[in-house]
Write a protein that binds this ligand. Structure first.
Ligand SMILES: C[S@@+](CC[C@H](N)C(=O)[O-])C[C@H]1O[C@@H](n2cnc3c(N)ncnc32)[C@H](O)[C@@H]1O
Length: 249
């Protein structure tokens, strides 16, 4: 199913690093890196990150892995290329991507949240499987599963030399019976000449029970398990999923 693409990943992509700064990713990227290394055969070298966006995680993961970065948004890849010029960048959709090669590890972080139906989630997990070599592993890190979702608000933003952004983020679930929730953003965008623009951006994101994650991953061929997400700024239960691709698969 085609879902609408948030403005942030189209016309507003050049503002990404003022909304979400690479410096804020050091701790979580360290957590992902350790899990990825431990999840499959020893000494992994190659890592495919799908939905890598502006390359914030990648800016840390590239120290550990030989990284290939895929995203649906050319504008987001352009931001990532500026931060990670040594990595290969490829435009692709996680539901249909077929690069014709396998990697030691595959990682999809928050971008997996844009899978809002069971069919889309399955397609993305199949993509992860076909790009993971036997004996390797994937790490899927959704923002929420149904069981740990709760409504929230957040705000933030950054200044650069010539521009500045501030945002309000409002997360809620208008229909608890379906497989999505809503994140509304208000962005205040200040240009170099001091002019200010306001944008509203709606992100529709997927919400599935943990049993659904585990059953799709198992159906697709992984040995799947949930792992608690550990971060000093997160004092509630979040979970990520590891899928090990058996050697004989
Ligand atoms: C929050 S951003 C990812 C940021 C990234 N974690 C980082 O470290 O900078 C989410 C990304 O998911 C991408 N995305 C959404 N749907 C996608 C799809 N079907 N295939 C590939 N990428 C997708 C968007 O283009 C966007 O760049």
């Amino acid at each position: 199913m085609e879902t609408s693409i948030p403005k942030l990943y189209e016309g507003l992509a050049s503002w990404w690093h003022l909304l979400s700064a690479p410096e804020d990713y050091a701790e979580e990227a360290g957590f992902y890196s350790e899990l990825l290394v431990a999840a499959g055969d020893p000494s992994p070298v190659t890592l495919l990150e799908i939905g890598s966006g502006g390359g914030n995680n990648a800016s840390y993961l590239k120290k550990q892995f030989d990284l290939t970065l895929v995203d649906r948004s050319p504008g987001m890849l352009e931001q990532s290329r500026a931060l990670n010029p040594e990595c290969e960048h490829i435009v692709g959709d996680m539901r249909t991507l077929r690069l014709g090669c396998e990697f030691d590890r595959v990682f999809i972080q928050d971008a997996i949240c844009y899978m809002t139906t069971g069919d889309d989630l399955r397609a993305a997990i199949e993509t992860a499987f076909v790009h993971c070599r036997p004996g390797g592993a994937v790490l899927l890190a959704p923002d929420y599963v149904r069981e740990n979702f709760s409504p929230s608000t957040d705000c933030g933003g950054e200044d650069s030399r010539d521009r500045a952004l501030r945002f309000l983020e409002w997360t809620y679930d208008p229909d608890p019976t379906d497989t999505s929730y809503t994140v509304d953003y208000a962005y205040l965008l200040r240009n170099a000449d001091g002019s200010m623009r306001v944008e509203h951006d709606r992100h529709i994101e997927g919400l599935f029970e943990r049993a659904t994650w585990l059953s799709i991953m198992t159906d697709v061929g992984f040995e799947a398990r949930g792992v608690p997400f550990v971060h000093s700024e997160v004092d509630y239960n979040l979970e990520v999923f590891i899928g090990h691709r058996p050697k004989d698969s």
